[in-house]
Design a protein around this ligand. Structure first.
Ligand SMILES: Nc1ncnc2c1ncn2[C@@H]1O[C@H](COP(=O)(O)OP(=O)(O)OP(=O)(O)O)[C@@H](O)[C@H]1O
Length: 261
């Protein structure tokens, strides 16, 4: 489904991602792990068109997408969430999810402003779809609450719902469990499995190594902008280069988490 060959991203003299190649199959839950600053988010930003790679190719379903504008990539079926929660806190949960359909609706701005029938009908369809997605992510009944009034875990679910409402083929999640407790984290794992079952392939960036090992079919490890491993979880955990990447870091919290597995 996704084939990446030799992509790099440089910021001045800093090489954030260095010649990374990677392939993701349809239906997979694919994990990206690695110490802070390893280049994971930059990699996501290239996949979604926020950054243009300095070199290399990204092919999504037979189409080259490197350097293509973000809204066009979204239209091809790649959707994402961000590391920091980005909700319209003073708008309802339902409205926040409806925003995810922007760019997918067909009636024009004037029809919407003039309240013409076609725009109204489309809005109803978007609402209906958004409600269905909210049910899928476990937020049924909270449609009319203000997004900012929800718990942190539920705000993350709203973000996932917004990314899902356009029915993406590929969903990119940037640290979906950041700031969550163990129960919330496990629930997000269940949700990701459900999303995959519904036909969406998932790539996620995570720091919670133990959790990601139990969830993903395959994991790639980044360190200093390079991909140092790409394998099934059991093999990743036993890979000396991966252990070295974590043990070699001063970030003891990450090392401990890794060693605990
Ligand atoms: N827009 C930018 N301009 C300059 N440097 C950047 C930019 N974006 C990222 N970087 C640098 O590129 C490197 C990789 O950062 P990136 O955010 O991709 O890492 P990461 O693996 O996602 O880290 P984390 O887990 O902490 O989010 C870092 O050194 C970072 O400071």
């Amino acid at each position: 489904m996704l084939k990446i060959e030799g992509i790099s991203k440089r910021f001045g003299g800093l090489v954030a991602v260095n010649q990374v190649s990677l392939a993701v199959k349809e239906g997979e839950i694919f994990g990206l792990i690695g110490p802070n600053g390893a280049g994971k988010t930059t990699f996501f930003n290239m996949l979604t068109g926020i950054y243009k790679p300095n070199e290399g190719t990204i092919v999504f379903e037979q189409q080259q997408v490197q350097g293509v504008k973000p809204f066009r990539i979204a239209k091809l079926g790649i959707s994402r969430t961000f590391q920091n929660i980005r909700l319209l806190k003073d708008e309802s949960v339902l409205e926040n999810v409806m925003v995810g359909m922007f760019g997918k609706t067909h009636t024009g701005l004037w029809s919407a402003i003039l309240g013409l029938g076609s725009a109204k009908k489309e809005e109803e369809l978007v609402k209906e779809e958004s409600r269905k997605i909210l049910e899928l992510v476990g937020l049924a009944g909270l449609e009319d609450e203000l997004a900012g009034s929800l718990s942190y875990g539920n705000q993350r679910r709203v973000e996932i719902a917004r990314a899902l409402v356009s029915k993406p083929k590929l969903l990119l999640l940037d640290e979906p469990t950041a700031g969550m407790n163990a129960d919330e984290t496990n629930e997000i794992g269940e949700l990701i499995r459900k999303i995959r079952k519904n036909g969406t392939t998932v790539i996620l960036i995570e720091h919670n190594v133990g959790w990601v090992m139990g969830l993903c079919d395959r994991i790639a490890v980044f360190d200093h902008g390079e991909k140092i491993a790409d394998d099934e979880p059991e093999k990743i955990i036993a890979n000396p280069a991966v252990i070295e990447a974590y043990i070699g870091k001063e970030d003891t919290e990450e090392v401990n988490k890794f060693a605990a597995n």
